[in-house]
Each structure stands twice: as structure tokens, then as C-alpha cells.
Design a protein around this ligand. Structure first.
Ligand code: PMP
Length: 362
């Protein structure tokens, strides 16, 4: 088996152990004579996977009692629309902190539904940093305040979650960093994340929501848009994405096996530290445009002295089995997504390559 290092932003690299376990069981799931993905989602065997996945999420993320864990379809993008439809009621306004491409997309969908206020906009600094708590002019009357905790394209991350003061629920898009750090549930009423980075293949959004938030959700909506229905039916209102949920279970088992969130955090810091050190230690050849205090530990972005060099860098890296290093088409440059499943060896191979490339072309 020759697996390369895949630095793609999503879908992205998954734990090999999880892929291997799925492969081994794919055709005949635990002597059932069929694949799990061929089974009824109302059957006993699938039910066990479904419930264990939810239980593992609760365990690994330390989800408090009174919070609901939902496994929905439509990715994070459906949540961009579902959230305002459920919570942005007539006459109300919602706060959207503008930190980059994904925060903007979420706000655009909210504007279709209702009124949006912007407590802070990073436009003047080209979205290269997150705001401080003091810079946020939060609306005390807002239906909720929305943040994107890790901007996948810009490579910036909230180091600590903002405080809305408790009255206004904080809603957080954690698509590109879910399961990379413990969550401060005292500050958060809702998180959501597309599956295809730190959880599983694409095709699902994980949603975790407090009971206080759930109790405010509108119920006069088409069925799939109703959080109350998904909660009541334990994410089995309709056919759930059974394969993605199974893979999520396998990823979570892998996290537990390697030592849980403490080990995930240790590996995260080691990998991100190694990569930023390579950038900072290059005497300006590689340049990270992000404010050091807002650097993402998941999506590391950097530039080279020119676009032509960047293209060569990406092409030559690819030839050496370092794939997916091209920055998002909207910003250019280079980006390495170093999610949980990226091994330290992958980051070492990348930093070694960066050193060699600079020697040759610097
Ligand atoms: N939010 C963030 C932070 C993302 O990175 C992405 C996808 N890259 C999305 C939302 C959209 O997710 P999806 O494709 O699952 O709808």
C-alpha cells in the first residue's frame, strides 16, 4: 500500500485504521451476510452503530447533559440556512462576526431569511486575524451570535471562544476544527460541522445544540428543517447517511484508542508548531500572512516570493507524494490542512521538502 500525504482541505485524510476497519467489514458486516451500508436504518445492527456514534461524540467532546447531538445531511452549508430559518424570527436580528469566506457565506444565507448585524468585520486587515473580545460590539438583543471558529481558507482560528455574556446564544461553525480541541460548553449553545475534515467522508453535518436553543427553534417549517423533529427522532426522522455515520464511529474509536482529546491536542500542537517553525525560520522566503496570535492549527497558509515559484512548489511537492497544497482558488498561495488524521511524518516530509525547495530556488 502506498498512501501519499494528503493535505487537502476537505474531503481530507482520514485515520488509516478507520479506513482499514471499514474496508474489512464493508462487504459482510459482522457476519450479517450484508454490508452495513445495505442494511435498513431501522434495524438492530445499524441502530447500534448510530447510538454508539452519538455516545462516543458525547464522551470525546464532553457534551453536557441537556445538549442534543444530531447527525444531519446537507453538510455545513444546509446549516447556514437552517439556523436562521429556525432561530431568526421576524423582528429579530442575528450577529455574524465577519472573519473570512465561511463566516461571510453563513451571513449571506442568514440575510435571505432576516436581519443581520455585524459586530466586527476583518475586511480592513484582509481577514488575517480574529477580533479580541473588546473589539466585538455584540447586540444584546440578538437572536444569536454566529462565529466561524476556524476559517479554512484564510487560515485563522479563534484561540478562545468569545463570550456573549450568556443571554445571547453563541452558534459556532467548527467545520474545519471539530474534535481538535475541547469545547467550552459554558459559552456555546450550538456547534455544527461538515463531516469531511475531522470526522468522516462528506455527506453529513454534526450539530450539537443546547436544550435552551432547541426550545427556541421554529416548528412551522418543512420537516427536514425542523430541529425539534430531528431531536425527537434521534436523527432518524428520515434515512440518515449511514456510511458517514459508521465512518464517524470508526474515527472516534481511533481517537479513543490513541488517548482521546489530550493526545489529539498534543499531536495538533506538535504538527502545527513544526510547520509554523519551518515558515518562520525561512528568513522570509515562506511567509504566513496571518497574525501569529490567530494562526490556525488546522489550516496553515503561506506564500512564496512569487506565483511562479508557488506553482513550482505545489507541482514538485505533488510529485513527491505531498498532495493538496494549493491554496484556495480565491486567495492563491499554499495551504496545508493538517487535520487530526495527518501523521507527524507527513508534516515532517513537508517541512523537509520546504527546506530542500528553498535551498534550490531561494
Ligand atoms: N464552513 C467551513 C468553515 C468550511 O470549511 C466549509 C467547507 N470547506 C463549510 C462551512 C461548508 O461545508 P459543506 O461543504 O459541508 O457544506
Amino acid at each position: 500500500m502506498a498512501r501519499i500525504y494528503n493535505f487537502s482541505a476537505g474531503p481530507s485524510t482520514l485515520p488509516v485504521e478507520a479506513l482499514e476497519e471499514a474496508a474489512a467489514l464493508l462487504v459482510d458486516y459482522e457476519n450479517s451476510g450484508m454490508s452495513l451500508v445495505e442494511m435498513s436504518h431501522r434495524g438492530k445492527q445499524y441502530d447500534a452503530v448510530h447510538n454508539e456514534t452519538i455516545a462516543l461524540l458525547r464522551d470525546v467532546l464532553q457534551v453536557p447533559e441537556g445538549y442534543h447531538v444530531l447527525l444531519l445531511q446537507g453538510g455545513a452549508t444546509l446549516q447556514f440556512g437552517m439556523i436562521p430559518m429556525a432561530f431568526l424570527k421576524p423582528g429579530m436580528s442575528a450577529d455574524y462576526v465577519m472573519t473570512g469566506s465561511w463566516a461571510k457565506k453563513a451571513a449571506e444565507d442568514a440575510r435571505v431569511v432576516g436581519s443581520v448585524t455585524v459586530p466586527w468585520d476583518g475586511k480592513s486587515c484582509s481577514y488575517t486575524r480574529m477580533p479580541s473580545q473588546q473589539e466585538l460590539s455584540l447586540n444584546a438583543e440578538a437572536a444569536y451570535a454566529h462565529i466561524c471558529s476556524n476559517e479554512t481558507i484564510g487560515g485563522i482560528q479563534w484561540q478562545t471562544m468569545p463570550d456573549t455574556g450568556g443571554a445571547v446564544p453563541l452558534v459556532c461553525d467548527m467545520s474545519s476544527e471539530i474534535l481538535s480541541r475541547p469545547l467550552d460548553w459554558g459559552k456555546i449553545d450550538m456547534v455544527y460541522a461538515g463531516a469531511q475534515k475531522n470526522l468522516a467522508p462528506a455527506g453529513m453535518a454534526l450539530v450539537i445544540m443546547s436544550e435552551r436553543m432547541a426550545s427556541m427553534a421554529r416548528t412551522d417549517l418543512p420537516a427536514y428543517l425542523r430541529y425539534d423533529l430531528h431531536i425527537k427522532e434521534n436523527s432518524l426522522y428520515n434515512t440518515p447517511p449511514t456510511f458517514v455515520i459508521w465512518m464517524t464511529q470508526l474515527t472516534l474509536k481511533w481517537i479513543k484508542k490513541i488517548g482521546g482529546m489530550a493526545e489529539i491536542e498534543r499531536r495538533r500542537d506538535e504538527k502545527a508548531g513544526m510547520l509554523y517553525k519551518a515558515i518562520d525560520g525561512s528568513g522570509g522566503y515562506y511567509r504566513c500572512p496571518v497574525d501569529p496570535a490567530s494562526r490556525s492549527a488546522m489550516n496553515v497558509v503561506w506564500r512564496l516570493p512569487g506565483e511562479e515559484l508557488e506553482n513550482q512548489f505545489i507541482k514538485q511537492a505533488q510529485a513527491q507524494g505531498l498532495s493538496g497544497l494549493k491554496g484556495h482558488r480565491s486567495v492563491g498561495g499554499c495551504r496545508a490542512s493538517i487535520y487530526n488524521a495527518m501523521p507527524l511524518e507527513g508534516v515532517r516530509a513537508l517541512t523537509d521538502f520546504m527546506g530542500t525547495f528553498m535551498k534550490k530556488n531561494g
